[in-house]
Design a protein around this ligand. Structure first.
Ligand code: GRF
Length: 217
């Protein structure tokens, strides 16, 4: 393994089950990629305990300590610049980041969203999918751009909605997909296979016409 180290910072706000999936995946992989810091905007996020149990350094930047969004974003950006990661992974990070922040880290910031984007940006995706009677649902990993949940999609995982299931059951099944999709995308990124160029996703240096699809049914 003579690859340069790939440093990852993961931003969380809560449970951190996606963080756990990424930790477990990196532990089991022959990779020089490592999570150098987990940062939470909430002091009591359970994901901080997951990081500490894995021996990963943690920071809390409590958004409530900042009167304005811009000041919080500045503090977060300063911390990230000091860490100088290759990839910044948003994993259940429940803060909207300002356009200035997003531009500063463009091409490094990725997010996971529980829908097949561009469908169902925003919240309550599972209930909205059920209300619409959709048969297909899933999750997307995308580059973060200033428009919420609208950045170029790298990959998606899909499932078939069961007629009998409720929003909670559907959410659980989508989360299980997330735990496979996010590590897969991070593996591609740490191997240098994915890049953002002119708002398009390159895979192995070729423009990807549509998101990669992982089918798990
Ligand atoms: C995930 O379902 C993700 O889609 C959304 O926030 C949730 C985070 O869950 N962005 P966890 O904290 O990783 O368990």
């Amino acid at each position: 393994m003579n690859q340069p180290a790939v440093d990852i910072v993961v931003l969380i706000s809560g449970n951190g089950s996606n963080l756990q999936a990424i930790i477990d995946h990196l532990d089991q992989s022959d990779t020089s990629a490592r999570i150098v810091r987990v940062i939470s905007n909430r002091p009591n996020a359970y994901g901080l305990q997951r990081a500490q149990a894995a021996g990963i350094a943690t920071d809390v930047i409590d958004h409530q300590a900042y009167a304005e969004r811009a000041a919080f974003d500045q503090a977060l950006a300063d911390r990230l610049e000091a860490l100088n990661p290759t990839i910044i992974v948003l994993a259940g990070f429940m803060r909207i980041l300002s356009a200035a922040f997003v531009e500063r880290f463009r091409g490094q910031l990725i997010n996971i969203h529980p829908s097949l984007l561009p469908a169902y940006r925003g919240r309550d995706t599972h209930a909205r999918v059920l209300a619409a009677g959709d048969q297909q649902h899933g999750c997307s990993v995308h580059y973060v751009t200033p428009d919420l949940d609208a950045g170029p999609v790298i990959a998606q995982a899909m499932l078939t909605v069961q007629p009998s299931e409720d929003a909670e059951q559907l959410a659980n099944r989508v989360q299980a997909l997330e735990h496979q999709l996010y590590p897969a995308v991070i593996s591609w990124m740490t191997a240098g296979r994915v890049a953002l160029h002119d708002d398009q996703v390159l895979f192995d240096r070729v423009v990807q016409p549509s998101p990669r699809r992982l089918s798990m049914d």
